[in-house]
Write a protein that binds this ligand. Sequence first.
Ligand SMILES: [Zn+2]
Length: 647
Amino acid sequence: MKTNIVTPALRNIKIEDPLFAHYTDMIAEKLLPYQWEVLNDRLPEVEKSYCVRNFRIAAGELEGERLGAVFCDTDAYKWLETLAFCLESGRGREFEATADELIELIGRAQEEDGYLNTYFSVCHPERKWRNLTEGHELYCAGHLVEAAVAYFGATGKKRLLDIAVRFSDLICRIFGQGEGQIKGYAGHQEIELALIKLSRVTGNKAYAEKARYFLDIRGQKPNYLVEELKRTGKDRIFPEFADYDALYAQSYLLPVSQTTAEGHAVRAMYMYSAMADVAREFGDNEMKNACRRLWQNVTEKRMYITGGIGSSGHLERFTADYDLPNDRMYCESCASVGLMMFGQRMAALSGDARYYDIVEKALCNTVLAGISAEGDRYFYVNPLELWPDNCLAGTSMAHVKSVRQSWFGVACCPSNIARTLASLGQYIYAQDEKSVYINQLISSSLETVIKDARVKLRLGSALMDKNRFSLSIEADRPQSFTIRIRIPEYLENPVFVLEGREIAPVIENGYAVVAVSHAGTQTLEVTGRIKPRWMAANTNVRADLGRLALMYGPYVYCLEETDNGKLLSNVFVSADTAVSVGKAVDALPGDLPSLSFEGKRLESGLGDKLYGEPAFSFSSQQFSAVPYALWCNREPGEMLVWLKATV
Ligand SMILES: [Zn+2]
């Protein structure tokens, strides 16, 4: 069944939830100016981006060496995309003139034929399209296109869209199965989903066809990327690509034949997202089935309880089923952003709410944890267990940082989290001809048109403190449509009361379906029960065996040193330990409660001896847990999600 589920425009959505409004406000007010200063290298204590400077050099307006990561043009594109989402939501007007100037600069850096990439234009014009494995040209192009589509949608201004179209037209001419065309594809996927967006906004199907081409040719033998890497060996951009294999960029098989999540986690998520787009665009059931299999493998075998993915610190990649180490994994913020993108597309493809369970898990845990409450510090790597003393440079733990960083040499995550949270509304609401979908129970409002009725929805959620939410539905004329509300599995025994009368809505694909037919305002009240839950992992997850994690609603909780002292690894609890719901911590954003419980500390009885005969003893202690999403926003120190269990 083909669905026509689309996302309403952000301008019609208002976020009101205390936690999420904190982040969306902060992005418009603090993050945009902070990241703009970073992109211009104006903060002396912060790692240099070189991004804007590189565009000036490429435009011939500044002398100097082009510096920074090979793909750092995308910092500017994602900043523009974030701003576009803010503008569409009625925020960030003060940056529009700056953005227009940046867009003009980008335009001046574009070459005559449409080519646009500061690294190759300035440093290696002779190597254009000759190092797809490492060069990230198509990845940068994809982010340009996404920014352009968003900026056009927000402002109606076509300048950036024209730049993106010119470059995309060049890409369409350069790549393909025809004579004289390069029969290659992206070393880092991103162009594929971007071309689908461009196709939708321009109405030009050729872009969608090219997205499909990039997926169809991937995985054909001989492997284009592996063969290319042999040729470019001495010009290596990334030394770690000495360990490159066909799994790394998911080019080991045709995407449609892939069954397990392999290789670099961000690349995988962007490709799967594009596969879901292409499956929908072309009604391709084989592709849809591949997406389902890959989704299942990721979420049932290779995902952390926090929605983090990518178990290997080396090369940021997937490993084996159930291999989920807690302290030395990768769990890149961008990978969880990608998981949200993939889940959203799968839900649009299927009309099934269950995909949003995972979107919520990634959003409410890893994605929020990736950014500080003030918006100026970021985690690239998101551990579930942190002992700051062993996060040492020059070791296998060097990639794990004990505090969020002001910027990175490879800075994909900060702007990726920003654009995701700035467009949060698109993960809350969706609609088709006859239904509005409420996919996240985040307090917000939506104004839209269903059939010919103007409909206003206002969702007021008090789920985490009062275990209930209300929905006011206002239609300006009689019209029959349905509201589909995702009922998450953690909301037990929900009772639905419409206009004071209990109803029993049909539950379809995870949505409670409420029919509306008359004009005026109706109020739906839903009450249920959410309780703190001790969670275990599958027996095959060696890292978590004999351990318990604490969840409340979609939020995973963690212990922090600042509340509980050091050596969290000696804390034991039992699965029937009672948990009290307490007040929110004042120093943290939003109003999520803290949780407290009585646990035990284990002493080995060895004193200063490294090894010896055990003389175990337990002592009781009261512990306080906070949402993992908000960890490291107070005093830095140890952090732990999975506690040892007593049985
Ligand atoms: Zn990243």
